[in-house]
Design a binder for this molecule. Structure first.
Ligand SMILES: Cc1cc2nc3c(=O)[nH]c(=O)nc-3n(C[C@H](O)[C@H](O)[C@H](O)COP(=O)(O)O)c2cc1C
Length: 211
């Protein structure tokens, strides 16, 4: 997509393809963490929370039923993990400042299969694996020294062998029901296009939105 092209000129009716096009540009032009995305979750009562996570897999064939998905990894005992267990609805947000573009994605979450989590866990550096074992993510920590001691204890425990993935360190895949693409335009006449998954069959409907 060229810089002077508007979202209404894109023939693609496939939001995964448009995501890929923008993501490829972000990987070239965004200096840090082009795979960083905000993940919003909420309690069953509707109190929201949001934090950054890293996108570690995506595509139209991921997720259950081949509906496509976006995968991140985390500690399921964390605040986000507890909210996801109680309410599996979430939203993702990519904002690539250098591109002046935003993508919003909404849908339900499913935990990845244990073998998928194992494969990703063991693809990380050994130190990162030990860090995941040592961290009681989102729980109160009395001092940083305690955390570093836990890290050393994990190193000693797995010395010479494979680091075992804690069962609570896992991945979740968001299966999109909606995408929304936002493009900066002059005079704040920004461009928005929303895609919603059809409920009466495969494919997507889409519309432009006022900015
Ligand atoms: C750029 C960036 C990427 C991050 N990626 C992850 C990630 O992939 N998984 C994760 O659990 N936390 C990640 N974090 C830390 C989270 O933002 C957050 O602090 C942590 O997961 C605890 O969130 P919670 O208490 O809401 O569960 C990242 C933070 C930043 C700034």
């Amino acid at each position: 997509m060229t810089d002077d092209q508007s979202l209404s000129q894109i023939p693609s009716a496939d939001p995964f393809a448009l995501f890929d096009e923008w993501y490829a540009e972000a990987r070239l032009r965004e200096p840090n963490d082009s795979n960083a995305m905000a993940l919003a979750t909420a309690t069953p009562g509707g109190a929201p929370s949001v934090r950054m996570v890293l996108l570690k897999g995506h595509g139209p064939d991921l997720g259950t039923g081949g509906g496509g998905g976006f995968t991140f990894y985390t500690n399921a005992h964390s605040r986000k993990g507890q909210e996801i267990r109680a309410n599996a609805e979430a939203a993702l947000l990519f904002h690539w400042k250098s591109l002046r573009r935003q993508i919003r994605i909404e849908g339900g979450l499913r935990e990845v299969a244990p073998e998928v989590a194992d494969a990703y866990f063991h693809s990380r550096s050994r130190d990162s694996q030990l860090g995941a074992v040592a961290s009681d993510q989102s729980r109160p920590l009395d001092s940083r020294t305690i955390f570093l001691e836990r890290y050393e204890a994990a190193r000693a425990r797995f010395a010479g062998g494979e680091v075992e993935r804690p069962a609570h360190w896992t991945g979740f895949t968001l299966c999109p029901r909606a995408f929304e693409f936002w493009l900066d335009r002059p005079n704040r006449l920004h461009d928005r296009r929303r895609f919603e998954r059809r409920t009466d069959g495969p494919g997507w409907t889409d519309m432009l939105l006022y900015p």
